[in-house]
Design a protein around this ligand. Sequence first.
Ligand SMILES: Nc1ncnc2c1ncn2[C@@H]1O[C@H](COP(=O)(O)OP(=O)(O)OP(=O)(O)O)[C@@H](O)[C@H]1O
Ligand SMILES: [Mg+2]
Length: 361
Amino acid sequence: MAFWKTLAVTARNPFRTEEGFVALDIGSSSVKLLEAEGGKGAYRLLNLGTLPLPPTAVQNNMVSDREAVVKAVRSLIQANGIKATKVVSAVPGRAVIIRKIQLPIQEDEELDANVEFEANNVIPESLENVNLDYQVLDYLDDGKRMDVLLVAVKKDIIRTYTDVIEQAGLSPAIIDVDYFALENMHELSGEPAPGSMNGLIHIGARYTTLNVLRDGVSTYTGDLPLAGEAFTEAIMQKLHISYDQAETYKVTGLLQGGKNGNLAALLRPICDSLADEIVRTLRLFGVMAEERLTSVQLSGGSAKIPGLAAVLEGRLGVPVKLCDPFRGFSVSKNVDRHYLEDSAPVFAVGAGLCTRRPGDK
Ligand SMILES: Nc1ncnc2c1ncn2[C@@H]1O[C@H](COP(=O)(O)OP(=O)(O)OP(=O)(O)O)[C@@H](O)[C@H]1O
Ligand SMILES: [Mg+2]
């Protein structure tokens, strides 16, 4: 089993009765669970925790070993004394087809039907097999036309997430997309400066998610198949040690046998590769060329790779900071402050999910 220090991190509160929501971020290396209550502008974090998953639990952007995920979710629910049952979770953006269309301004009822008609043309899947959702992004031409974002996810993929939630004794209320969760998380940090271009770089175990926000609104999203696991593998190969030993070394700086080398130097080549890939991808989408980033926030479990923020700062030429996803939250006294401070960036997607409520758009 890979090194993992976190389990239940909050004390039970038997007196709590308010109904909250459970946010579940099911990643390829771990499940992140948060419980929050309250609405816009007054979110309150009640509990949070994470448990590791076996490498086969999530594959090809869906849950492939449901039993393993159900077990982890049940353990987190129990260990954290979670009372809420309604779940907000997310599929990875990679599993989603996103298209922007323009439509003449129209009433909501009309819009439903027209969106479906337009989706037939732009979504490369039979609409029977997908869950389709949309959001009006913007009004143009003096309010005569509007930009509408279409989002389609294959039902088969969504079902793997909802099955797990149900089998864990919970009820799925919203299945979001991780890109949107990151955008919502960022929105909590306040009004963006006019003309700002913020880059969110979320580095997980297998994927790095890029999200560029112009004036707070997502203008580019994408993923790179390069993240924490590649760093562990690099250590493993260079030092000829096991994957688990390499993982422990990467996360704690402690190497079995006590011969602690320079971890940041060891990781430098792979930091450079990731930075190269990020810059290349952003350039492809016109960011870094005609439009410059104004700031970058790092999140995800791998945001704390020693030396990575500095390498990215050098390559991107803008300040790169660790993300604090809980800036817009008040925090229950049950939550261990130390743990929260130490691991907040890991919960970036989860924090964004906490802001979603059934029926909101
Ligand atoms: N303190 C740390 N320093 C460096 N890396 C860390 C640290 N803590 C966790 N990690 C790494 O973070 C990764 C897990 O991050 P995260 O939980 O965001 O990924 P995930 O959501 O499971 O995966 P993905 O989103 O890619 O499917 C692992 O590779 C782990 O080794
Ligand atoms: Mg993740």
